[in-house]
Every structure is written in structure tokens, then in C-alpha cells.
Design a protein around this ligand. Structure first.
Ligand SMILES: Cc1cc2nc3c(=O)[nH]c(=O)nc-3n(C[C@H](O)[C@H](O)[C@H](O)COP(=O)(O)OP(=O)(O)OC[C@H]3O[C@@H](n4cnc5c(N)ncnc54)[C@H](O)[C@@H]3O)c2cc1C
Length: 447
């Protein structure tokens, strides 16, 4: 019996329980639906990565991929009817939009007598699984991580899909101008190559090197994890027994923790997890909008902030340490709502993931779970000098200041009249804005 594998955030052929289950049923029609809502919220780098990955996947399936554009509830049902499938297999989604989309697709299939079977998910441990002994959600990372490590899981048993050739049912992928470099390459082969290459040298030093944006200190697996080109199981199976590997495993668990938090509190997607923070004053007037535009366009005059934003605008990825710095700068130096930054990130980042992104922002803003204490305001030049001491990251992304010495490159304005004229002066005075942020947060926290 022909069945459908509805591809969502699982763009891979191996260790994929949904594909495995479809393969056991008989010939498989692989379908991907380009959802106009995804198109609307995605910037060019993300679309490039997705479409490139789909093309690579299609080649691996001998050209069997059926691409549809439109509402998945309509499109999946139409393909099921056209090929006479009785079952649609897909991984289970846990983010609010994905959950409601799955419900709609299942209902639309049910109305034509087709079963919808959910198998697997983009996580090692499904959100909602880990709970305290009293059954309530775990709201703090460390106890979550302890329990997460105790949950057993298995890779999918092997399978050999027999592809059904029904591509006449699909359309060609939309063409997009390739103006951005795609990092580090699309598809399962590129993901595996990057992982093998990086983990052979990077994992051992990961604990320290992961904070240094100027070195190749992190795996860059996030775009692949975002689209399921790689499943996190595949990365944490067979990790060596050293501290670098332990930290890496815990970072994978942070991704799962944030998915779990969002699962229990879907309202925290765009609202403060800690509702007591709702009264924190934020700036949204015309001046704030101008400052926000300068931040988006990498014109703040703070090199580490502008370098991070340029990195994201150019390649759709930003180093984690720099994500924290630019986010702190937006909410604590410019006093702009975290939601503005989160929305901008979601559009630009190839790895844009609503749970990791919005809870990463909430962590920085002190409104989320495991919140950094309100008095922690990242000092942009202190962070820059500490984590990019030789200025390699700054020099790469901001050639205008590349001639400066290692001391002044973090704060070019300290050169006075000798500061480069083609790089902007600081948008705000960090020392002043830090005090302003502390006063605002202190008033809310009452301490
Ligand atoms: C403001 C802000 C926004 C963020 N937005 C996103 C986002 O949209 N998508 C996203 O995947 N990550 C996001 N992160 C988390 C983190 O910055 C990225 O996962 C990481 O930079 C990806 O690079 P990497 O794959 O080289 O990471 P590595 O250091 O190699 O880590 C391996 C994997 O662990 C996970 N991970 C690592 N750090 C975190 C973290 N702090 N939170 C959650 N998962 C983590 C990721 O899946 C990552 O690919 C955000 C962090 C902040 C502070």
C-alpha cells in the first residue's frame, strides 16, 4: 500500500522513524509543502538553506520528492487522494504553530478516510516527557538536565524506502536569488562532513573555545538541527568521555529544555514567561525605533555588536556569545522590547527556532526561565576584549577598523580624533544606559 511521508523538520533519510514507518507499509511518496506562512517569516538565508537542502534530499531520493505550495491541510490531503494513500506518516511537532497545523492536517485527512500517524520528533526526548515527581513541569535547567540524561532512547531501526515516482503531482521549488553564502553547506553529506571535521578537533576544546567568536569553537550544527538534516540523537550517540563532550551534550539539552518550556507555556512564545516583568518600562517611541534600526543595520558604533549583526545579515548565523551580547545591548542599552529583537532574529537566522530563540531572548532580558540576574548587563567592550582578545572576529566583519591595535579595536572612539571616520560613533553611552537599565529593573524586582 502506497503511503506518504510528509517531510517537515526532518530533512534526512537516516534515523528517521516517520520515514521508517512509511517504508514498512510499502512504496513511499515523499512530500514537502512550502507553507506561505513560513515564506512570510523567513529571510533569504533561511530560504536558501531550506531549498538547497530539499534539492539535495531530492537527488538522494532519485528525484521522487513532491513539492507543493499552500496550506498543508489542503495539499497533503490532495496528494493522498491523488496517489490513493491510506496513511500519512510525519514526525510530531511540539511548537504551537506546528501542533495546530498537525491537528488541521489530521482532521482534513480524516474527512477523506486517511490516517495520520505521528512518529519521532525533532528532539531526543519529546517535550512534555520530563516532569517533577509531582507531575509538574521542570522550570530550571539543571534539574531538567539531570532527568533528561536518565531518559532512555533508541535510534530508528534500519529501513530501505521504495520511492514512488509521482513528481508530476508537484511543482518546482521557487527560485531565489543567491545573494548569501550558505553556511557551512547544504544537505546530509555537508552536515556529516562538518560534524566529522569539527568534532575531531573542536569537541575536546569546546568548553573554553565555544565562547570565542574568532575561532572555530562551535559545531555550527544548528541549521542542520533546525531542519532535521541531523537529529540530535545522531550527535550525542558515542560522544567521548571528556568535559568538552559533556558540555556539548548539555547544550543539546538546552535546546530540548526550551522546547519543553514552550510546550508547557505556549504563551511564552511572545509574552514574558515571568509575568511580573510585564511592568518593566520599555521604549517604543520614534527615537527607540531609530535606535532599533541602527542595531538591525549594524550601525551602533559598538564593534562587537555590529560585527555580530553583520555576521547574521551575511550568513544567517551568529556565534552564541555574540547573540547574548547583541541581545543584551538591545534590551539593556537601548531599552527596546525583547520581542523586537527576537522577531528580527527569527527572520534572519537560518537556524531560527522559536523555542531556542525566544527563550534565549527572554533569558537575556531577565523575563524568562533561568533568567540571568537583572543586574547582569553585558559590557560590550569588556565582553569583546575578553572573548575576542586579538580582535580577529572584529577585523573579519568590520574591515573599517581592521588596522586598529588590539586595545582600541574594541572601542574605536577611545582614539578620539584618530578614530576611523568611516565607522560610526557609539549610538549610546554604555555606562549611562547601564545605570538606566539597572534602575528600571530594580524598580520592578523591588530589590
Ligand atoms: C538571543 C539568542 C537567540 C538564539 N536563537 C537561536 C535560534 O533561533 N536557534 C537556535 O538553534 N539557537 C538559538 N540560540 C542558541 C545558540 O546561540 C545557538 O544554538 C548556537 O549559537 C548555534 O551554534 P552551534 O550549532 O555552533 O552551537 P554549538 O555550541 O555547537 O551547540 C550545539 C547545539 O546545541 C544547541 N544549543 C547550543 N547553545 C544553545 C542555547 N543557548 N540554547 C538552545 N540551544 C543551544 C544548538 O542546537 C546547537 O546547534 C540563541 C541564543 C541566544 C542568546
Amino acid at each position: 500500500m502506497t503511503s506518504i511521508w510528509w517531510i517537515k523538520r526532518d530533512l534526512r533519510l537516516d534515523d528517521n522513524a516517520a520515514l521508517g514507518a512509511a517504508s514498512a507499509d510499502g512504496p513511499v511518496v515523499p512530500v514537502f509543502v512550502v507553507d506561505p506562512i513560513f515564506l512570510k517569516h523567513s529571510g533569504i538565508p533561511r530560504l536558501q538553506f531550506l531549498f538547497g537542502t530539499l534539492r539535495e534530499l531530492d537527488a538522494r531520493m532519485g528525484g521522487a520528492l513532491v513539492i507543493r505550495v499552500g496550506d498543508p491541510a489542503t495539499e497533503i490531503a490532495a496528494v493522498a487522494q491523488a496517489v490513493g494513500a491510506k496513511t500519512v506518516f510525519a514526525h510530531r511537532d511540539f511548537v504551537p504553530y506546528g501542533q495546530s497545523r498537525d491537528i488541521k492536517v489530521a482532521a482534513s485527512l480524516q474527512s477523506i478516510g486517511v490516517h495520520f500517524v505521528g512518529a519521532d520528533s525533532p528532539y531526543v526526548v519529546d517535550p512534555g516527557t520530563i516532569r517533577k515527581d509531582d507531575g509538574t513541569p521542570v522550570r530550571v535547567f539543571t534539574p531538567f538536565f539531570k532527568r533528561w540524561q536518565q531518559v532512555s532512547w533508541n535510534s530508528s531501526p534500519s529501513y530501505a524506502p521504495q520511492w514512488s515516482n509521482t513528481t508530476s503531482l508537484g511543482v518546482a521549488l521557487p527560485e531565489i536569488a543567491t545573494t548569501h553564502a550558505v553556511l557551512p553547506g547544504v544537505g546530509q553529506g555537508a552536515a556529516r562532513e562538518r560534524w566529522n571535521e569539527w568534532s575531531s578537533h573542536g569537541l575536546e576544546e569546546y568548553k573554553e573555545a565555544r565562547n570565542m567568536p574568532g575561532v572555530d569553537g562551535t559545531s555550527m550544527m544548528s541549521p542542520y538541527l533546525r531542519f532535521g538534516v541531523v537529529h540530535p540523537r545522531q550527535l550525542i550517540t558515542d560522544l567521548p568521555g571528556h568535559s568538552g563532550a559533556d558540555v556539548f551534550r548539555s547544550e543539546i539539552a538546552w535546546r530540548e529544555f526550551y522546547a519543553d518550556v514552550l510546550f508547557h507555556r505556549p504563551d511564552s512564545m511572545w509574552k514574558n514567561l515571568q509575568t511580573k516583568m510585564d511592568i518593566l518600562p520599555v521604549d517604543t517611541d520614534a527615537a527607540a525605533q531609530q535606535r532599533f534600526a541602527a542595531w538591525c543595520e549594524a550601525r551602533t558604533g559598538y564593534p562587537i555588536v555590529d560585527a555580530g549583526m553583520r555576521q547574521m545579515l551575511a550568513i544567517g548565523w551568529m556565534h552564541n556569545r555574540v547573540r547574548m551580547i547583541v541581545a543584551s545591548f538591545l534590551v539593556k542599552d537601548l531599552h527596546v522590547p525583547w520581542q523586537w529583537g527576537a522577531r528580527f532574529f527569527m527572520k534572519q537566522l537560518v537556524d531560527g527556532d522559536i523555542a531556542s530563540n525566544n527563550h534565549g531572548w527572554q533569558w537575556t532580558a531577565g523575563t524568562g526561565t533561568d533568567a540571568s540576574p537583572y543586574f547582569r548587563v553585558f559590557n560590550p567592550f569588556g565582553q569583546s576584549a575578553k572573548f575576542d582578545p586579538t580582535g580577529d572576529y572584529l577585523r573579519y566583519w568590520i574591515p573599517e577598523i581592521s588596522d586598529l591595535d588590539n586595545e582600541h579595536i574594541h572601542a574605536p572612539w577611545t582614539l578620539g580624533l584618530l578614530a576611523p571616520t568611516n565607522y560610526p560613533a557609539p549610538l549610546v553611552d554604555h555606562a549611562v544606559e547601564r545605570e538606566e537599565a539597572l534602575a528600571r529593573y530594580k524598580a520592578v524586582s523591588g530589590k
